[in-house]
Every structure is written in structure tokens, then in C-alpha cells.
Design a protein around this ligand. Structure first.
Ligand SMILES: Cc1cc2nc3c(=O)[nH]c(=O)nc-3n(C[C@H](O)[C@H](O)[C@H](O)COP(=O)(O)OP(=O)(O)OC[C@H]3O[C@@H](n4cnc5c(N)ncnc54)[C@H](O)[C@@H]3O)c2cc1C
Ligand SMILES: *[C@@H]1O[C@H](CO)[C@@H](O)[C@H](O)[C@H]1NC(C)=O
Ligand SMILES: *[C@@H]1O[C@H](CO)[C@@H](O)[C@H](O)[C@H]1NC(C)=O
Length: 506
């Protein structure tokens, strides 16, 4: 394409006029042009339309990583609930697939089923309003997790939000929503009071314990399948000098220390007994660090504690193992913890990329035992040849008190028992289909080693899913769960307009 169009960041009506007066060429399909023309006069003055070829279009469609990404030829940056309704209605009239986009960090196979799709870009809806009683907030559906944490903090408040600054807040919440404060307050889904949900037929309803309670149940664990959240009401708690401080240490171990490291880690969580205290979190990361070890991956151990110091009973056993290096204890705030684990605003895992593919193959484990399976998985990871040889595995052990204080049946989130989130990350330069398929095989194999050794069926956190999991693996092995989700799907989204994440198959 020879010509480039300057950014079309203007109110939709003005855009419409300038484009269709012939002042700007239009690079999308005729269908996209028709939809844009029809929507223009209906949208609010704060809404924008971005078309193929504009620089704003690039920004609006940038994704965390390129594997299985959706193909979009029209972006409607919505600013009001009515904008969402108009957009869905007009898209439906034209048989145009549409997809809500907030942070762009979703990465499932289903997203690639969106072809010549319309993005309902939620980034025009990021307001946060603290209720007068200080116990809840009303939040726009396009806010990022980090922005939400910042807004709460400015108001002297806090609650669980996704650990990564750059992911949306709604998408994590709809699939459960893990974060630093889940040990205290439960999952993000557990803190949802109500939401405004625009359905497939362009009608917006309120979901809560008292309004459409079945859909409210489904939205908390399988929510990507039923509608678009334009805003939501969320619990908040006071920040205090005691609860706002976090301290972490990062210890680096060599590959041969794996068994010793996980014997210690297993005592922290008490194996299957789950004695892990509410303040304690640890993440471990198996990755390359050539500055420390040019041959083998190292084991990074992030020991994280809510408080201004970490009790010696947790630090000492790790230091006794003689790590290659250990940072001094660092005291910070909630956002500082995200920075430490590389998912803060400027962190490498936060950023968008169209060149580095990153497949996730998640599973959950009840304990680190048998450690021999961790060893087998580590060695398999080490054996991956180029171009997959920079792959990594992350093991996240959050505190679970708040999560397990909520009953299993009360939400669609099916895996409150999983102690640990383990995710092989298969990384490689994007571009070759064969390399993608090879990566998929590696991901499956690494996951299978651990699942087989655990003796439990696979439970895969839907927000980390690759999309190659079964419905039961994502939404729960108890038959009643899927039956209920399927019934609701038939009722509220019979044409499967919201089937692109990891769809409920009716
Ligand atoms: C680096 C990284 C760190 C992560 N950290 C965490 C974490 O700490 N805790 C955690 O729980 N998860 C975490 N995740 C997983 C995260 O929850 C998912 O990747 C999630 O899909 C990201 O949401 P998004 O808005 O950024 O992505 P998007 O791709 O924009 O959206 C993902 C899905 O949600 C839908 N969606 C987006 N906005 C809305 C809306 N307003 N209403 C309805 N549907 C919507 C989209 O249509 C799409 O199907 C992390 C992911 C990455 C890549
Ligand atoms: C896991 O178990 C399945 C079923 O028994 C088997 O087919 C598969 O080869 C095993 N995979 C690994 C990696 O051990
Ligand atoms: C849209 O669907 C909902 C839920 O099925 C229903 O209550 C509502 O009446 C429908 N609206 C329209 C305009 O058909």
C-alpha cells in the first residue's frame, strides 16, 4: 500500500464527513466502510472510528503477542454503553464478527477465528468512581489492571487486580482473576458486586446476585462468553500503613538445585495441607540468564510478603541453600511488586509485540510433589532446540485463603483447589506455521509430564489457556457446571457471537 493515512483520531461524525467527502481514502473492505458509515451518526461524540492504514489503527490493534491473533479491519473506540449497543446491533445487521478488546493480552486459539472482524475497543471507558460510603467503586469496562490499582491507591483504597499492569481488568475478572491481594480478598470475580452487560442482541442488562443471578454466576469464571461489560461495581478496602507495604527478595539458583529449592517451597505451602499464610506468595521462574549461566536455565525465586519485612523462617531456608545471588529485601507497594516480577508498566512481559510469539500451556497443581516430575519437565525444557530454546516456565504460588473462603458452587470459577499455577511459555520468533505447530507440541508435552505425574485431570486457568484444552479442563469437571453454562449460552447467546475466546460449545 503506497499511501499512508494520517491518524483518524477524530469524533466519529467528523471522521465520517471527512472520509465520505473524499478527503481521506478508505482502505477497509466495502463492508467495513458501510458499517462505519452507518455507525458514524449514531456514536457519541467521544467515540472514534479507526480504519486500516491509520497509525491509530495500529495502536488499537496491537497485541501482547502475535500467535493466533484476531484479524481486524475496523476499530470502534467506544466511549459509552450506547456506543457498544449501536456497534453490536449494526455489526449483527451486517453479519460482521466483533470482539471486545481491552488490554490485548488474550492469547487463545479462538481469537484467530475472528476474520475481517470489528474490534470494540474499550479503551475509551476507563473511569473509576468511588462510592460515597467508600466501600465500592464503579469502573469502566476498558480499564487496565494497573490503572485500576493506581486509581484505588490514590483514593486510599485497594483490592485484588491482575498482577500485570497492562492486561485489562474485566477480562481477568471474567475468568476468575488472580492477583497479589487474592489471599486477603479472594479472586477478582469474588469482588464483583454487579456489572452492566451488553448482550448479543445489543440489549444491556445489570447482572448481580439479584438481577439475572444465573448470568452473574456464569460471568464469574466463564464471562467472556456472554456479553461485553461496559462498567462494573467492585468492592474496595481501606489501605492502611500496615497493609499497604510489601517486601520481596529475588534469589537465583542453579539448575542442579531444583530439588532442594522445591523441597523448601513445598514446606511454605505445606504441600496439600495449604498452610501458606495469607501474607506469603512465591513465584518461581525457569529461564535463561546468560550473565549467570551460559549453558543452563536458572531458577529465579521471588519471595513476596505483605508487610515491611519477611519473617526469617521463610528467608533462611532459601539462603541456606546457597543461591548464586540474592537481592537485599526490598520494601515497596502493590505496583512495585508487579515491577519486581517484570509485569509492571515498563516490564518486558507487559509490552505488546508482533514479532515474539508466546504460547502458554497452563495447568494447576495441588503441590510441588512429585518433585521428580518438576525435574523431568525442567530437563525437557532445557532440551528444546532453536528457535524455541528461549522458552520458560513460570510457577505462581499465590495465597489462597480469600479464594477458598468462597464456596465452589457460588461462581463458575471451577478450580479453587489448585495451589499453584504452572505455565510453560513457549517463545520463538513469529512467522512460520511449522514453527507454531512444533511449539504447540512442546507446550502440550511439558504440560502432560506434570499433569500425568499429579494424578489429577488437567485444570487449566481459562485466562492463561492456549485454547487447545477441553471444555471440562477449562470450565470444570463436574457435569452440572457445563450444563448450566451451556443452558445460559443457548438462552443469551444462541448465535455464539461471544464464542471467540474459549467458547462454550452447546
Ligand atoms: C503478561 C501477562 C500477565 C498476566 N497476569 C495475570 C494476572 O496477574 N492475573 C490474571 O488473572 N490473569 C493474568 N493474565 C491473563 C489475563 O487475564 C488474560 O490474558 C486476559 O485475557 C487479558 O485481558 P486483556 O483485556 O488484556 O485482553 P484482551 O485480548 O483485550 O481480551 C481478552 C478477552 O476478554 C474479552 N474482553 C475484553 N474486554 C472485555 C469487556 N470489557 N467485556 C467483556 N469481554 C471483554 C475479549 O473479547 C477477549 O475475548 C496475564 C496475562 C499476561 C499476558
Ligand atoms: C501422559 O499420559 C498419557 C495418557 O496415559 C500418555 O498418552 C502421554 O504420553 C503421557 N505424556 C507424558 C509427556 O508423559
Ligand atoms: C435480548 O435478550 C434478552 C435476554 O434473552 C431479552 O431479555 C431481551 O428482551 C432481548 N432484547 C431484545 C431487544 O430482543
Amino acid at each position: 500500500m503506497a499511501a499512508t493515512v494520517t491518524a483518524v483520531v477524530v469524533g466519529a461524525a467528523a471522521w465520517l464527513q471527512s472520509t465520505f467527502n473524499g478527503q481521506l481514502p478508505f482502505f477497509g473492505t466495502p463492508q467495513a466502510a458501510n458499517i462505519a458509515a452507518q455507525l458514524g451518526p449514531l456514536l457519541s461524540s467521544s467515540a472514534s472510528v479507526f480504519t486500516l492504514g491509520s497509525s491509530s489503527f495500529e495502536e488499537a490493534t496491537a497485541r501482547w503477542q502475535p500467535w493466533q491473533s484476531p484479524s481486524i479491519d475496523l476499530v470502534i473506540k467506544v466511549a459509552t454503553e450506547a456506543d457498544i449497543e449501536h456497534t453490536i446491533r449494526v455489526a449483527n445487521e451486517h453479519g460482521k464478527p466483533f470482539l471486545a478488546v481491552s488490554g490485548g493480552h488474550g492469547g487463545t486459539k479462538g481469537l484467530s477465528y475472528v476474520q475481517e472482524g470489528l474490534s470494540i475497543w474499550m479503551r475509551g471507558m476507563t473511569s473509576v468512581e468511588i462510592a460515597e460510603d467508600g466501600r465500592s467503586a464503579t469502573v469502566g469496562g476498558g480499564i487496565l489492571s494497573g490503572e485500576l490499582a493506581e486509581a484505588f491507591s490514590r483514593a486510599g483504597k485497594q483490592n485484588v487486580v491482575g498482577a500485570c499492569y497492562c492486561t485489562g481488568a474485566v477480562a481477568p475478572m471474567l475468568g476468575g482473576g488472580h492477583g497479589w491481594l487474592q489471599g486477603r480478598y479472594g479472586l477478582m470475580a469474588d469482588n464483583l458486586i454487579s456489572a452492566r452487560l451488553t448482550l448479543a442482541n445489543a440489549t444491556t442488562i445489570t447482572i448481580s446476585e439479584t438481577s439475572h443471578p444465573d448470568l452473574f454466576w456464569a460471568a464469574r469464571g466463564a464471562g467472556q462468553n456472554y456479553g461485553i461489560v461496559s462498567s462494573f461495581e467492585y468492592k474496595i478496602y481501606d489501605k492502611t500503613p500496615e497493609n499497604e507495604k510489601w517486601t520481596y527478595e529475588v534469589l537465583t539458583f542453579r539448575h542442579h538445585q531444583l530439588e532442594d529449592v522445591y523441597r523448601v517451597a513445598d514446606t511454605m505451602i505445606g504441600g496439600k495441607d495449604r498452610i501458606q499464610p495469607v501474607e506469603l506468595i512465591h513465584f518461581t521462574l525457569w529461564m535463561r540468564n546468560p550473565e549467570v549461566d551460559t549453558m543452563n536455565r536458572v531458577i529465579l525465586f521471588y519471595l513476596i510478603y505483605q508487610g515491611s519485612s519477611i519473617p526469617t523462617k521463610y528467608t533462611q531456608p532459601l539462603h541456606d541453600l546457597d543461591p548464586i545471588s540474592a537481592t537485599p529485601p526490598t520494601t515497596t507497594d502493590l505496583l512495585g511488586v508487579s515491577d519486581a516480577v517484570l509485569v509492571g508498566k515498563e516490564g518486558p512481559f507487559c509490552a505488546h509485540s508482533d514479532t515474539l510469539a508466546l504460547q502458554r500451556w497452563p495447568l494447576s497443581l495441588a503441590s510441588y510433589e512429585p518433585i521428580s516430575a518438576l525435574r523431568q519437565t525442567f530437563d525437557k525444557l532445557e532440551s528444546l532446540p532453536p528457535p524455541h530454546d528461549n522458552s520458560a516456565i513460570i510457577l505462581e504460588s499465590y495465597s489462597l485463603h480469600g479464594v477458598q473462603a468462597v464456596s465452589d458452587e457460588s461462581t463458575a470459577f471451577a478450580d479453587r483447589g489448585g495451589n499453584m499455577l504452572v505455565s510453560p511459555f513457549i517463545m520463538y520468533p513469529f512467522g512460520d506455521k511449522g514453527v507454531d505447530v512444533q511449539a504447540e507440541e512442546y507446550g502440550k508435552e511439558l504440560r502432560d509430564i506434570l499433569v500425568n505425574a499429579s494424578g489429577n485431570p488437567l485444570n487449566a486457568y481459562v485466562n492463561y489457556a492456549s485454547g487447545f484444552e477441553s471444555q471440562e479442563e477449562l470450565y470444570g469437571h463436574e457435569a452440572w457446571r457445563l450444563e448450566k453454562l451451556r443452558r445460559l449460552k443457548r438462552e443469551y447467546d444462541p448465535e455464539n457471537k461471544f464464542g471467540y475466546y474459549v467458547g462454550i460449545e452447546t
